[in-house]
Write a protein that binds this ligand. Structure first.
Ligand SMILES: NC(=O)c1ccc[n+]([C@@H]2O[C@H](COP(=O)([O-])OP(=O)(O)OC[C@H]3O[C@@H](n4cnc5c(N)ncnc54)[C@H](OP(=O)(O)O)[C@@H]3O)[C@@H](O)[C@H]2O)c1
Length: 228
Protein backbone atom coordinates (compact mmCIF):
# COMPACT_ATOMS: atom_id res chain seq x y z
CA UNK A 1 0.00 0.00 0.00
CA UNK A 2 0.94 3.64 -0.25
CA UNK A 3 0.97 4.74 3.36
CA UNK A 4 1.15 8.33 4.58
CA UNK A 5 2.43 8.52 8.16
CA UNK A 6 1.50 11.77 9.90
CA UNK A 7 3.93 12.54 12.72
CA UNK A 8 7.65 11.85 12.75
CA UNK A 9 7.96 11.82 16.52
CA UNK A 10 8.67 8.99 18.93
CA UNK A 11 5.91 6.68 17.67
CA UNK A 12 5.35 7.89 14.09
CA UNK A 13 9.02 7.23 13.24
CA UNK A 14 8.74 3.58 14.41
CA UNK A 15 5.46 3.21 12.46
CA UNK A 16 7.26 4.35 9.29
CA UNK A 17 10.11 1.88 9.97
CA UNK A 18 7.76 -1.06 10.45
CA UNK A 19 5.54 -0.17 7.47
CA UNK A 20 8.71 -0.11 5.33
CA UNK A 21 9.82 -3.49 6.77
CA UNK A 22 6.40 -4.84 5.79
CA UNK A 23 7.06 -3.66 2.19
CA UNK A 24 4.67 -0.72 2.05
CA UNK A 25 5.58 2.49 0.23
CA UNK A 26 5.88 5.00 3.02
CA UNK A 27 5.84 8.78 3.04
CA UNK A 28 6.20 10.53 6.41
CA UNK A 29 5.42 14.13 7.25
CA UNK A 30 5.96 16.17 10.39
CA UNK A 31 4.47 19.46 11.55
CA UNK A 32 6.59 21.59 9.24
CA UNK A 33 5.70 19.82 5.96
CA UNK A 34 2.05 19.71 7.01
CA UNK A 35 1.72 23.39 7.95
CA UNK A 36 -1.89 24.47 7.34
CA UNK A 37 -2.76 20.94 6.21
CA UNK A 38 -0.49 21.10 3.13
CA UNK A 39 0.03 17.30 3.09
CA UNK A 40 -3.70 16.62 3.37
CA UNK A 41 -5.12 18.45 0.36
CA UNK A 42 -7.09 16.21 -2.01
CA UNK A 43 -4.36 16.43 -4.69
CA UNK A 44 -1.62 15.53 -2.15
CA UNK A 45 -3.59 12.49 -0.99
CA UNK A 46 -4.34 11.30 -4.53
CA UNK A 47 -2.10 8.17 -4.45
CA UNK A 48 -2.41 7.41 -0.73
CA UNK A 49 -4.23 4.19 0.32
CA UNK A 50 -4.13 4.75 4.07
CA UNK A 51 -3.11 7.51 6.47
CA UNK A 52 -1.67 6.56 9.87
CA UNK A 53 -1.71 9.39 12.41
CA UNK A 54 0.52 9.67 15.50
CA UNK A 55 0.60 13.43 16.01
CA UNK A 56 -1.02 15.53 18.75
CA UNK A 57 -4.45 16.35 20.19
CA UNK A 58 -4.48 19.97 18.91
CA UNK A 59 -4.40 18.97 15.21
CA UNK A 60 -5.93 15.49 15.07
CA UNK A 61 -9.51 16.58 14.36
CA UNK A 62 -8.43 18.71 11.38
CA UNK A 63 -6.39 15.71 10.08
CA UNK A 64 -9.35 13.35 10.42
CA UNK A 65 -11.70 15.77 8.68
CA UNK A 66 -9.32 16.33 5.76
CA UNK A 67 -8.50 12.63 5.23
CA UNK A 68 -12.05 11.31 5.60
CA UNK A 69 -13.49 14.02 3.33
CA UNK A 70 -10.86 13.03 0.74
CA UNK A 71 -12.17 9.43 0.99
CA UNK A 72 -9.03 8.00 2.60
CA UNK A 73 -8.80 5.12 5.08
CA UNK A 74 -7.31 6.11 8.38
CA UNK A 75 -5.61 4.55 11.40
CA UNK A 76 -5.57 6.96 14.35
CA UNK A 77 -3.19 6.35 17.22
CA UNK A 78 -3.24 9.95 18.44
CA UNK A 79 -5.16 10.27 21.70
CA UNK A 80 -6.96 13.16 23.41
CA UNK A 81 -9.90 13.64 20.97
CA UNK A 82 -12.46 11.10 22.19
CA UNK A 83 -15.08 13.72 23.15
CA UNK A 84 -15.54 14.15 19.36
CA UNK A 85 -16.00 10.45 18.68
CA UNK A 86 -19.67 10.67 17.62
CA UNK A 87 -18.89 13.45 15.16
CA UNK A 88 -16.00 11.41 13.67
CA UNK A 89 -18.09 8.25 13.42
CA UNK A 90 -20.80 10.06 11.46
CA UNK A 91 -18.22 11.71 9.19
CA UNK A 92 -16.71 8.27 8.38
CA UNK A 93 -20.16 6.80 7.72
CA UNK A 94 -21.15 9.74 5.56
CA UNK A 95 -18.01 9.48 3.39
CA UNK A 96 -18.03 5.64 3.34
CA UNK A 97 -14.37 5.27 4.29
CA UNK A 98 -12.71 2.86 6.74
CA UNK A 99 -11.36 4.09 10.07
CA UNK A 100 -9.79 2.37 13.05
CA UNK A 101 -8.63 4.03 16.25
CA UNK A 102 -7.22 2.89 19.56
CA UNK A 103 -5.86 4.45 22.69
CA UNK A 104 -3.31 1.63 22.44
CA UNK A 105 -2.47 -0.41 19.33
CA UNK A 106 -0.32 -3.00 21.10
CA UNK A 107 -1.62 -6.57 21.07
CA UNK A 108 -0.24 -7.02 24.61
CA UNK A 109 -2.29 -4.12 25.96
CA UNK A 110 -5.41 -5.39 24.23
CA UNK A 111 -4.87 -8.76 25.95
CA UNK A 112 -4.36 -6.81 29.18
CA UNK A 113 -7.79 -5.18 28.61
CA UNK A 114 -9.34 -8.67 28.57
CA UNK A 115 -7.51 -9.66 31.76
CA UNK A 116 -8.55 -6.37 33.41
CA UNK A 117 -12.18 -6.85 32.36
CA UNK A 118 -12.19 -10.27 33.94
CA UNK A 119 -10.40 -9.12 37.14
CA UNK A 120 -12.77 -6.16 37.49
CA UNK A 121 -15.46 -8.63 38.54
CA UNK A 122 -13.78 -8.17 41.95
CA UNK A 123 -15.63 -4.81 42.15
CA UNK A 124 -18.80 -6.85 42.66
CA UNK A 125 -17.19 -8.59 45.67
CA UNK A 126 -16.29 -5.71 47.97
CA UNK A 127 -13.00 -4.80 46.32
CA UNK A 128 -12.13 -1.21 45.53
CA UNK A 129 -10.08 -0.37 42.44
CA UNK A 130 -7.34 2.06 41.46
CA UNK A 131 -5.54 2.72 38.16
CA UNK A 132 -1.99 4.08 37.97
CA UNK A 133 -0.32 5.15 34.73
CA UNK A 134 3.26 6.30 34.10
CA UNK A 135 4.57 7.94 30.94
CA UNK A 136 7.53 10.04 29.76
CA UNK A 137 7.59 13.71 30.68
CA UNK A 138 6.73 14.99 27.19
CA UNK A 139 3.39 13.18 26.94
CA UNK A 140 0.81 15.90 26.26
CA UNK A 141 -2.41 14.35 27.60
CA UNK A 142 -3.19 13.03 31.09
CA UNK A 143 -4.64 10.64 32.01
CA UNK A 144 -3.51 8.45 29.13
CA UNK A 145 -6.08 7.18 26.62
CA UNK A 146 -5.22 3.65 27.75
CA UNK A 147 -5.97 4.49 31.40
CA UNK A 148 -9.31 6.02 30.35
CA UNK A 149 -10.11 2.82 28.41
CA UNK A 150 -9.26 0.73 31.51
CA UNK A 151 -11.47 3.01 33.61
CA UNK A 152 -14.33 2.52 31.13
CA UNK A 153 -14.18 -1.26 31.21
CA UNK A 154 -13.94 -1.27 35.01
CA UNK A 155 -16.95 1.05 35.18
CA UNK A 156 -18.93 -1.45 33.11
CA UNK A 157 -17.91 -4.28 35.47
CA UNK A 158 -18.76 -2.45 38.69
CA UNK A 159 -22.19 -2.96 40.25
CA UNK A 160 -23.23 0.71 40.30
CA UNK A 161 -21.04 1.92 37.39
CA UNK A 162 -18.68 3.66 39.79
CA UNK A 163 -15.63 5.47 38.48
CA UNK A 164 -12.27 3.98 39.47
CA UNK A 165 -9.74 6.72 40.20
CA UNK A 166 -6.76 7.22 37.84
CA UNK A 167 -3.43 8.56 39.13
CA UNK A 168 -1.00 9.79 36.44
CA UNK A 169 2.79 10.10 36.76
CA UNK A 170 5.03 11.80 34.20
CA UNK A 171 8.67 10.84 34.61
CA UNK A 172 11.82 10.26 32.57
CA UNK A 173 11.54 8.16 29.43
CA UNK A 174 8.82 5.71 30.56
CA UNK A 175 7.21 4.35 27.34
CA UNK A 176 3.91 3.43 29.02
CA UNK A 177 3.14 1.58 32.23
CA UNK A 178 -0.40 0.80 33.42
CA UNK A 179 -1.25 -0.78 36.76
CA UNK A 180 -4.54 -1.85 38.27
CA UNK A 181 -4.83 -2.49 41.98
CA UNK A 182 -7.91 -4.21 43.39
CA UNK A 183 -8.08 -4.19 47.14
CA UNK A 184 -10.33 -5.86 49.71
CA UNK A 185 -10.07 -6.12 53.49
CA UNK A 186 -8.44 -9.53 52.96
CA UNK A 187 -6.01 -9.09 50.05
CA UNK A 188 -4.73 -7.12 47.06
CA UNK A 189 -4.60 -7.99 43.36
CA UNK A 190 -1.98 -6.25 41.18
CA UNK A 191 -2.12 -6.25 37.37
CA UNK A 192 0.53 -4.49 35.31
CA UNK A 193 1.42 -3.90 31.66
CA UNK A 194 4.81 -2.33 30.96
CA UNK A 195 5.69 -1.39 27.35
CA UNK A 196 9.42 -2.00 26.70
CA UNK A 197 9.49 -0.01 23.45
CA UNK A 198 7.13 1.63 20.91
CA UNK A 199 7.36 -1.34 18.57
CA UNK A 200 4.17 -2.96 19.88
CA UNK A 201 2.06 0.16 19.16
CA UNK A 202 3.61 0.63 15.73
CA UNK A 203 3.21 -2.99 14.62
CA UNK A 204 -0.45 -3.02 15.68
CA UNK A 205 -1.12 0.24 13.81
CA UNK A 206 0.49 -1.00 10.56
CA UNK A 207 -1.33 -4.33 10.76
CA UNK A 208 -4.59 -2.42 11.40
CA UNK A 209 -3.95 -0.39 8.20
CA UNK A 210 -3.52 -3.66 6.26
CA UNK A 211 -6.71 -5.04 7.82
CA UNK A 212 -8.69 -1.93 6.75
CA UNK A 213 -7.92 -2.42 3.03
CA UNK A 214 -11.16 -3.07 1.14
CA UNK A 215 -13.35 -2.39 4.19
CA UNK A 216 -15.71 0.43 5.11
CA UNK A 217 -16.79 1.48 8.57
CA UNK A 218 -15.76 2.86 11.92
CA UNK A 219 -13.84 0.43 14.15
CA UNK A 220 -12.10 0.38 17.50
CA UNK A 221 -8.96 -1.80 17.54
CA UNK A 222 -10.02 -3.64 20.72
CA UNK A 223 -12.90 -5.16 18.74
CA UNK A 224 -10.84 -6.24 15.70
CA UNK A 225 -7.27 -7.11 16.81
CA UNK A 226 -8.09 -10.82 17.02
CA UNK A 227 -8.79 -10.82 13.27
CA UNK A 228 -5.29 -9.53 12.31
N1 LIG B 1 -2.57 4.51 20.21
C1 LIG B 1 -1.34 4.11 20.54
O1 LIG B 1 -1.00 2.91 20.52
C2 LIG B 1 -0.33 5.16 20.93
C3 LIG B 1 0.98 4.82 21.28
C4 LIG B 1 1.90 5.86 21.51
C5 LIG B 1 1.50 7.20 21.42
N2 LIG B 1 0.20 7.47 21.12
C6 LIG B 1 -0.29 8.84 20.92
O2 LIG B 1 0.24 9.27 19.67
C7 LIG B 1 0.49 10.68 19.71
C8 LIG B 1 1.96 10.94 19.37
O3 LIG B 1 2.78 10.40 20.37
P1 LIG B 1 4.36 10.49 20.31
O4 LIG B 1 4.84 9.97 21.61
O5 LIG B 1 4.87 9.90 19.04
O6 LIG B 1 4.54 12.09 20.29
P2 LIG B 1 5.74 13.01 19.74
O7 LIG B 1 7.04 12.30 19.86
O8 LIG B 1 5.55 14.33 20.36
O9 LIG B 1 5.41 13.11 18.19
C9 LIG B 1 4.35 13.85 17.67
C10 LIG B 1 4.76 14.30 16.28
O10 LIG B 1 3.65 14.89 15.64
C11 LIG B 1 4.15 15.90 14.80
N3 LIG B 1 3.08 16.84 14.47
C12 LIG B 1 2.49 17.78 15.24
N4 LIG B 1 1.55 18.43 14.54
C13 LIG B 1 1.55 17.88 13.29
C14 LIG B 1 0.81 18.11 12.11
N5 LIG B 1 -0.15 19.05 12.04
N6 LIG B 1 1.08 17.35 11.01
C15 LIG B 1 2.03 16.40 11.03
N7 LIG B 1 2.78 16.14 12.13
C16 LIG B 1 2.53 16.87 13.23
C17 LIG B 1 5.25 16.54 15.60
O11 LIG B 1 6.13 17.18 14.73
P3 LIG B 1 7.21 18.28 15.27
O12 LIG B 1 8.21 17.45 16.02
O13 LIG B 1 7.72 18.81 13.98
O14 LIG B 1 6.43 19.23 16.10
C18 LIG B 1 5.88 15.31 16.27
O15 LIG B 1 6.94 14.79 15.47
C19 LIG B 1 0.06 11.13 21.11
O16 LIG B 1 -1.29 11.55 21.06
C20 LIG B 1 0.15 9.85 21.94
O17 LIG B 1 -0.71 9.84 23.06
C21 LIG B 1 -0.72 6.48 20.88
Amino acid sequence: MNVLVLGRGKTGSVVAEIATERRHHVHSVGAKENAEGAALRVESLHRVDCVIDFTAPHCILAHIQACVKAGKNMVVGTTGWYEDIDHVRSLVEQHKTAFVYAPNFSIGVNLFFDVARSAATALRHEYSGQIFERHHVSKKDAPSGTAIALQGLMREASPHHEEVEITSFREGEVVGLHEIVLESAADRIYLCHDAKSRRGFAEGAVRAAEWLAGKKGFYEFKDVWREL
